[in-house]
Design a protein around this ligand. Structure first.
Ligand SMILES: [Ca+2]
Length: 198
């Protein structure tokens, strides 16, 4: 019985170490973009998603007629299913609010958020307006996501934030299915290297 209790204690200690390492891992990165009312067909953030989710919040206002009427990112209740100017990016959504899309995906309502977007491809924002030339103002859009600090090649269990660089590193994902099984072990090894890299 004593042996078994000892084994249980060792197991519990390992679990605690694992939890401590996990707690020191991912950080939240936030990027801020200005989405102007004149942009056609939208502002490409340059952020290319690989399936991981991002959380979006927005402030500011776009004046769709160039005057003092300037709804915020949530837009204004208005029939966007009909248009005399070629259509709204997202028919049925509030007019003049913030919409977004990922890659070849559809436009979706973003509003002031927080709104979670995911998919594969470039993250793009636009004002849900059918006539952009008379617009004044802009939305300030904040995009936040979680990643591990350090270089971009991580194991299959998490994504890295990027720089300071990939020199001397190899991509664990290139080794295929076996890398998935090595994931946890590599995470511990990477933790040391990452610290030195920061
Ligand atoms: Ca307009």
């Amino acid at each position: 019985m004593t042996i078994f209790r000892g084994a249980a204690l060792v197991a519990a200690t390992i679990a605690l170490i694992g939890a401590a390492q996990a707690g020191a891992g991912p950080i939240t990165v936030s990027n801020v973009y200005t989405v102007g009312g004149l942009t056609v067909p939208g502002v490409n953030t340059g952020l290319v998603l690989d399936g991981r989710p991002v959380t979006v919040t927005a402030t500011g206002g776009v004046c769709p007629f160039g005057d003092a009427f300037c709804p915020g990112p949530d837009g204004y209740p208005w029939d966007t299913t009909h248009s005399a100017y070629g259509g709204f990016p997202l028919p049925g959504a509030p007019a003049w609010g913030l919409v977004g899309k990922v890659g070849a995906g559809p436009w979706v309502q973003v509003g002031s958020g927080p709104t979670v977007l995911s998919g594969t491809g470039a993250l793009v924002f636009a004002v849900n307006d059918d006539l952009l030339g008379d617009n004044v103002g802009s939305f300030t859009v904040t995009v936040s996501y979680s990643c591990w600090p350090g270089w971009g090649y991580g194991d299959v269990n998490h994504d890295h934030c990027g720089p300071p660089g990939l020199v001397g590193k190899t991509d664990a994902r290139a080794s295929g299915a076996s890398s998935a099984q090595q994931g946890n072990g590599k995470a511990k090894g990477k933790a040391v290297g990452r610290k030195a890299d920061r």
